[in-house]
Design a protein around this ligand. Structure first.
Ligand code: NAD
Length: 356
């Protein structure tokens, strides 16, 4: 049956990088991939069109689709708008409308780009790590929250870290399933020595391990995990953690790979329906100049094929094509180094299609 893909280019470099990802999907369509693309507005582009960053038509389109490909949202033009209609609201809104609770952020360093990292190349060359972050719970959403005045007049800020067993179970299941398809090693990151909510997190993960005998589960405190990520990141296969710890650790992990222009992401719901997007933003400083690196978006298509469309072979083909093009020395500005061939956004997209 034809799978429907909602395509939401968004703002800034979004339309340019999504255009290259669409070329890749079209190339796979002519090789038998049965998909149909439907476009929608989100972010500043949607605000300009209909006065809201997340139009009802876009929500309907996304809900009816089997998967969503998003470019990026935001830009200088909309910075002065009221926060309720800023482009970023569109992004947070669609994540919560679709209940996308599992955020998958791979940090892969292609060996060809080992010099692009700020870490020594032997520490990061060949890195292939997946961080699974809980996205709709924890301290970012827990109630009560706020800033209150105490009796002595002093102000106090407060938030609540709360996780139900069911929330831990569903993110755990995603992480164990992914580990099973990779090297079979899962590290659960918590602060169980100090925080009861994550003591429950650890206990729940440990209980789940009985159903996944083929996966080796380990536990690590978040402070140690941060240190280990920069000391010896290749020790990890899959990491699973709470919303806030995942927010911090995944940004740290992304920098191991040197360029933000290379990293895809997926946000999944309970049925593995997902929204796929590069981890970077709309890069307004280079928008409209055919300079952006489209590889994070193209690699997001590979994730979509693997996690939502059950087309692992096609996903492999895209990832191999990226590797081949990097082998041939083509580089956009963000990953360029001496001796390589500098190319534009569209030239990079064309090269990937040719390499497929
Ligand atoms: P950014 O990721 O857009 O840009 C940071 C730097 O990285 C810039 O110098 C940019 O030119 C460069 N860069 C980013 N992607 C690149 C690519 N594909 N190729 C080459 N270079 C690339 O982050 P920012 O500057 O902090 O934010 C710009 C706008 O994007 C803001 O409005 C912000 O709110 C928004 N934003 C959106 C998302 C999203 O849509 N998921 C995520 C982060 C930021």
């Amino acid at each position: 049956m034809t799978k429907k893909i909602a395509v939401l280019p968004g703002d800034g470099i979004g339309p340019e990088i999504v255009a290259e990802a669409v070329k890749v999907m079209q190339a796979l369509q002519s090789d038998g991939l049965d998909i149909e693309l439907e476009y929608g507005f989100i972010g500043g582009a949607a605000y300009d069109e209909v006065g809201t960053p997340l139009p009802a038509e876009t929500i309907t389109l996304a809900k009816q689709a089997d998967a969503i490909l998003l470019g990026a949202v935001g830009g200088y033009k909309w910075e002065e708008l009221d926060i309720s209609v800023r482009p970023e609201k569109g992004l947070l809104g669609i994540r919560s409308e679709l209940n996308l609770f599992a955020n998958l952020r791979p940090a892969i360093l292609y060996p060809q780009l080992a010099d692009a990292s700020t870490l020594k190349s032997e520490v990061v060359a060949g890195l292939d790590l997946m961080i699974v972050r809980e996205l709709t719970g924890g301290i970012y959403f827990g109630q009560p929250r706020g800033i209150r005045s105490l009796d002595n007049g002093e102000k106090e800020g407060f938030n609540t870290l709360v996780y139900k067993e069911s929330e831990i179970n569903r993110i755990g299941q995603v992480a164990f399933d992914i580990a099973r398809k990779r090297q079979g090693r899962l590290c659960s990151v918590d602060k169980a020595n100090v925080l009861e909510a994550t003591e429950l997190w650890r206990e729940t993960m440990a209980t789940m391990a009985a159903d996944y005998e083929d996966v080796e589960l380990s536990h690590m405190y978040v402070d140690n995990a941060a240190m280990q990520l920069v000391r010896a990141p290749k020790q990890f296969d899959v990491m699973v953690t709470t919303n806030m710890f995942g927010d911090i650790l995944s940004d740290c992990a992304s920098m191991l790979t040197g360029s933000i222009g290379m990293l895809p992401s997926a946000s999944l719901d309970e049925n593995s329906k997902g929204m796929y997007e590069p981890i970077h933003g709309s890069a307004p400083d280079i928008a409209g100049q055919n300079l952006a690196n489209p590889l994070a978006t193209i690699l997001s298509v590979a994730m979509m094929l693997r996690y939502s469309l059950d087309e692992a072979t096609m996903a492999d083909r895209i990832e191999n094509a990226v590797s081949k093009v990097l082998d041939s020395g083509l580089r956009t500005g963000d990953i360029y180094s001496d001796g390589m061939t500098k190319v534009t956004t569209s030239e990079m997209g064309n090269a990937i299609v040719a390499a497929l």
